[in-house]
Design a protein around this ligand. Structure first.
Ligand code: ADP
Ligand code: MG
Length: 479
């Protein structure tokens, strides 16, 4: 792992096994950082933040280094995509066409912000003084040292979602990748050094959540924690951060509703709904895991989604033609299988899949449940796997009500041939993002984040960048 300029082991010497989800075999090991290592990394970041080389770098320098980093990721795209697939399990075409190019685009987008940081000038009014006897202005300063903790579903992309805006703002960062998928974060750190970033601007500590992650979130030396992961862990991190008034941005769980209205072409809606849940084997925070279909088209859409599920090619990510890769870990496979059992115990009916696929690796069939109550656990809790609950609704008001019956508010989707109708529904769904007729909100310039228990703050877009800046108001006496 990288601390300052030093590629180092954990102080304890402990290591973590990194497994290929397609085979369950160990491919390599990485250091298992503990509190002592995290402390060293935070200090290295602080030194860089306050130092001449990084702390004193000009906005154009930060922009240039970020653009160089984007170029290097692009140059090594094939290799990085392969590492991602071996580590996470996802189909190679997804790593190649989604993860890596999205990361490159986002780094370039953030590079642009480095040179566009502006404050304001303000005319103050003070009792007893005349106009122009005082002057005030605001500056946007980097928030400081950032601790970033990320999940395993889009390892490289989640890393750059934190690293790139932090560096554009002039922050130094300590990144802790997920224990299941540490490899592309390490490669990113190598490339950051090659791109010219001064030592200590980017530090990567590999380690487990309850030890390295918790130590980072609770460290008094960090100024902001940026987290993506489960709501349960996000709450713990938020509480630890509050102890030091550390700024937080939390991108947490979701149970995203996909609402299909009765004027759709059922084939179009079915294909959109299948993609929303089965992409990345459902290991997506915005996975459309609750499908609400208006009664008139219910049978046709259910048929369409079931047919797609039944035909998906399940296989290793490196195998040509694979559409559905394995889940990331044995733990995740057990979790998904457990939810399918729970759904059936709660009275749902299985219409597709339902079981583990094969005996080697951690594959699970695309699975569809019908007849679950809106309050059932499979319709309320985040599963993070290829498991879809399909429920009928009785029209726009009913759909909005069931969609909003959730502690989560990350995202949603609406399908309708009438843009007015779709938009009216979209406006009433309480989520941070919503897609209409298959629109995608994962563009660097579009803010992304959750309402309700899906998080605090935004990533991407100007709003996401500003989460890495403080505001300083400076008041000057003119006379
Ligand atoms: P999942 O359960 O799907 O792995 P998590 O929210 O547990 O999702 O994991 C997301 C990230 O949070 C990972 O990097 C993990 O190491 C980290 N993490 C897990 N538990 C903690 C914790 N108690 N404190 C800080 N980070 C944690
Ligand atoms: Mg792995």
């Amino acid at each position: 792992m990288l601390i300052g300029a030093d590629w180092c082991d954990a102080a304890s010497g402990r290591r973590l096994e990194v497994r290929d989800p397609a085979t369950a075999e160990v491919v390599t090991t990485v250091p298992a950082a503990g509190a002592e290592d995290v402390d060293r990394a935070v200090k290295a970041a602080r030194t860089a933040f306050e130092g001449r080389e990084w702390g004193g770098a000009r906005p154009v320098d930060r922009e240039r280094w970020l653009l160089k980093l984007a170029d290097l990721i692009e140059t090594h795209a094939a290799e990085i995509a392969e590492i991602e697939t071996i580590d996470n399990g996802k189909p190679l075409v997804i790593s190649q066409r989604v993860d890596v190019p999205s990361a490159v685009d986002f780094v370039r987008y953030c590079a642009g912000w480095a040179t566009k940081i502006e404050g304001t000038t303000v005319e103050p009014s003070l009792p007893g003084f005349r106009k122009n006897e005082f002057f005030a202005y605001t500056r946007r300063e980097p928030v400081g040292v950032v601790g970033a903790i990320i999940p395993w579903n889009f390892p490289l992309l989640m890393a750059v979602w934190k690293v790139a805006p932090a560096l554009a703002a002039g922050c130094a960062i300590v990144l802790k990748p997920a224990e299941d998928t540490p490899l592309t974060a390490l490669r990113l750190a190598e490339l950051a050094l090659e791109a010219g970033f001064p030592a200590g601007a980017v530090n990567v500590v590999t380690g487990e959540g309850p030890s390295a992650g918790a130590a980072l979130a609770a460290h008094a030396g960090i100024d902001k924690v940026a987290f993506t992961g489960s709501t349960a862990v996000g709450k713990r991190i938020g509480q630890a951060a509050l102890e030091n008034m550390t700024r937080i941005s939390l991108e947490l769980g979701g149970k995203s509703p996909v609402i299909v209205l009765d004027d759709v072409d059922p084939a179009v809606a079915a294909s959109g709904a299948a993609n929303a849940i089965f992409f990345n084997s459902g290991q997506v925070c915005v996975a459309g895991s609750r499908l609400y279909v208006q009664r008139k088209v219910y049978d046709a859409v259910l048929d369409g989604v079931s047919t797609i599920a039944g035909k998906m090619r399940i296989g290793p990510g490196l195998e040509k033609g694979t559409q559905l890769g394995p889940l990331v870990s044995e733990r995740q496979l057990d979790r998904v299988a457990g939810y399918v059992r729970t759904g059936l115990e709660e009275g749902a009916t299985l219409v597709a899949g339902g079981s583990r696929h094969g005996t080697r690796g951690w594959f699970h069939q695309p699975t569809i449940l019908t007849g679950a109550a809106a309050s059932a656990r499979v319709a309320q809790e985040e599963i993070f796997g290829p498991v879809l609950a399909i429920i009928a609704h009785d029209g726009d008001d009913d759909a909005v009500a069931i969609a909003n019956n959730s502690v989560y508010g990350l995202s949603g989707a609406v399908f309708s041939k009438s843009i007015e109708r779709a938009r009216a529904v979209a406006d009433r769904v309480r989520t941070g993002t919503i897609s209409v007729n298959g629109g995608s909100f994962f563009s660097p310039a579009v803010p992304f984040g959750g309402y309700k228990q899906s998080g605090i703050g935004r990533e991407m877009g100007k709003l996401g960048f500003e989460e890495y800046l403080e505001v300083k108001s400076v008041a000057e006496g003119v006379k």
